[in-house]
Design a protein around this ligand. Structure first.
Ligand code: HEM
Length: 468
């Protein structure tokens, strides 16, 4: 059989893991130049077929269920963390229904209620940066803040109120199970996996106890996802979601949103710190929309902050938190338009970070330039019939052929995108009201590719408070 070319490697089992892991962008570009858009490398004994370009993205994202499976690729990592009966532990048709539940729960009406909550949490959090000027780790800050905002909005105020006590430790232990080694091997007897399993049980009970308590007290008026899942959701066959399933969906949302949103916010603030003049422009935009920087932020106002959007989009372009999207191939699979056939049990992957840096679509692709999106939107409107308008200012292509896919495409596309934008934009809007920022020693952090979500290494910034 004619499979895609295999990247040469020296150490039999490890394959290309080390060279790829050191600088994946360099690695993929080098072999794209050598072999074209399809090539295979060996990662700890697995065949990883890399599919690049818009055709490659389309091949991965729109693969038929019978040909390639996300659950077969992700379940060893996710099922112990999320729990049984949800996401990759169920047939794809059930996941599709569960995603619809969450999507409906993230209605505009609920998102509207989240803006003042996020504004307040952000102000409170950053009140601890109380010197006139100091050095801080910006990613540590966004990780701590996002878990507060996300839990308050999505999981409910009972969870938020426990964040400083028991819940934070449970989250920490559960999160410890979310690491690449668990993607590669099932059920490793690691101490961190034991803690993960204990934390999973505790978190499930924690959520289920709150559901029971709300039911007993007759609470039905909350805007969080817990409320939506427990009162409105029913499968097509008439079955209601069980409390256990609701709890597991909430865990999945927490894990799916936490690192993705906190790293994006951190990278966005770091890029802003590298071009401090943007702070004035963002404040100017807010004054145009809200009248002054003292007015409370609102959902309708946040929608109109185009430059804020473009800062987030440009950060997602250069630092997509989900670097690659993977499926397991279930049968020998020909690649359309080529002579290649991918052997069964290989993995196919799309590398978002490579399309996002393609010069063919993005001029000076390596440069952070939020204003590029002004023209891009115009061009995309003319050439793309699949645009999604989330109704709060961001146009995104739903087509897997788009060069910009930070939220994926096809049946596994992200349902958290509207919430993620709203949350990140609101945090940035509050932040620029409170601070100016510069990079510490003018050094832009490098990427840490060893974690599930690409994080900044030593992300130090020097802040200056604007109000004292
Ligand atoms: C799926 C990115 C935030 C929930 C995805 C996928 C990507 C992605 C690339 C597709 C994965 C694949 O095809 O294998 C992001 C980014 C985020 C973000 C960049 C923030 C900046 C969130 C949030 C939530 C969420 C806040 C929950 C509220 C989900 C869910 C899926 C998903 C449920 C579907 C998984 C599937 O169908 O297989 N996300 N996400 N995400 N995301 Fe997000």
């Amino acid at each position: 059989q004619n499979e895609p070319p295999i990247v040469p490697y020296w150490i039999p089992v490890i394959g290309s893991a080390i060279t790829m892991g050191m600088d994946p962008i360099k690695f993929y570009r080098k072999y794209q130049q050598e072999y074209g858009n399809y090539f295979t490398f060996i990662l700890l004994g697995r065949r990883m077929v890399t599919c690049l370009g818009s055709e490659g993205n389309n091949f991965v994202f729109n693969a038929k269920l019978a040909n390639a499976s996300a659950e077969a690729a992700y379940k060893s990592l996710t099922v112990p963390v999320f729990g049984k009966g949800v996401v990759y532990d169920v047939h794809n048709s059930v996941l599709m229904e569960q995603k619809k539940f969450v999507k409906a729960g993230l209605s505009n009406e609920n998102l509207r209620a989240y803006v003042p909550m996020i504004e307040m949490e952000t102000k409170n959090y950053f009140s601890r940066w109380n010197k006139k000027s100091d050095i801080q780790d910006v990613h540590k800050a966004t990780a701590e803040l996002i878990i507060m905002t996300a839990s308050k909005c999505l999981l409910g105020e009972e969870v938020r109120s426990k964040l400083d006590e028991s819940f934070a430790q449970i989250f920490h232990d559960l999160d410890g199970g979310f690491k690449p080694v668990n993607f590669l091997f099932e059920d490793l007897p690691l101490p961190s996996n034991k803690l993960r399993d204990q934390a999973h049980v505790k978190m499930r009970h924690f959520f289920m106890d709150i559901m029971k308590d709300r039911r007993e007290k007759g609470i039905t008026d909350r805007t969080d996802i817990m409320q939506y899942l427990t009162t409105h959701c029913q499968y097509k066959d008439g079955r209601k979601l069980s409390d256990e399933e609701s709890a597991h969906i909430m865990i999945a949302m927490l894990m799916a949103g936490q690192h993705t949103s906190s790293t994006t916010t951190a990278w966005a603030l770091l890029y802003l710190a590298s071009q401090p003049n943007l702070f004035n422009e963002l404040r100017k935009e807010q004054i145009e929309v809200f009248g002054s920087l003292d007015e409370p932020l609102t959902f309708d106002g946040i929608k109109k902050l185009t430059l804020h959007d473009n800062v987030v989009r440009e950060s997602l372009r250069l630092r997509p938190p989900i670097f690659n999207v993977i499926r397991k191939v279930l049968r020998d699979l020909p690649i359309p338009g080529t002579q290649y056939v991918i052997p069964k049990d290989s993995y196919i992957q799309s590398i978002l970070a490579i399309s996002h840096r393609s010069e063919g679509y993005f001029e000076n692709a390596e440069t952070f330039n939020p204003n590029r999106w002004v023209d891009f939107d115009q061009n995309v409107k003319e050439r793309d019939d699949d645009l999604v308008d989330y109704g709060f200012g961001v146009l995104h292509s739903a087509s897997a052929k788009s060069p910009f896919l930070p939220f994926g495409a096809g049946r596994h596309r992200c349902i958290g995108e509207p919430f993620a934008y709203l949350q990140i934009k609101t945090i940035i809007a509050v932040f620029v009201r409170m601070f100016d920022l510069e990079l510490y020693k003018n050094k832009f952090p490098e990427c840490d590719f060893t974690t599930m979500i690409v994080q900044p290494k030593d992300p130090l910034v020097q802040y200056t408070r604007r109000d004292n």
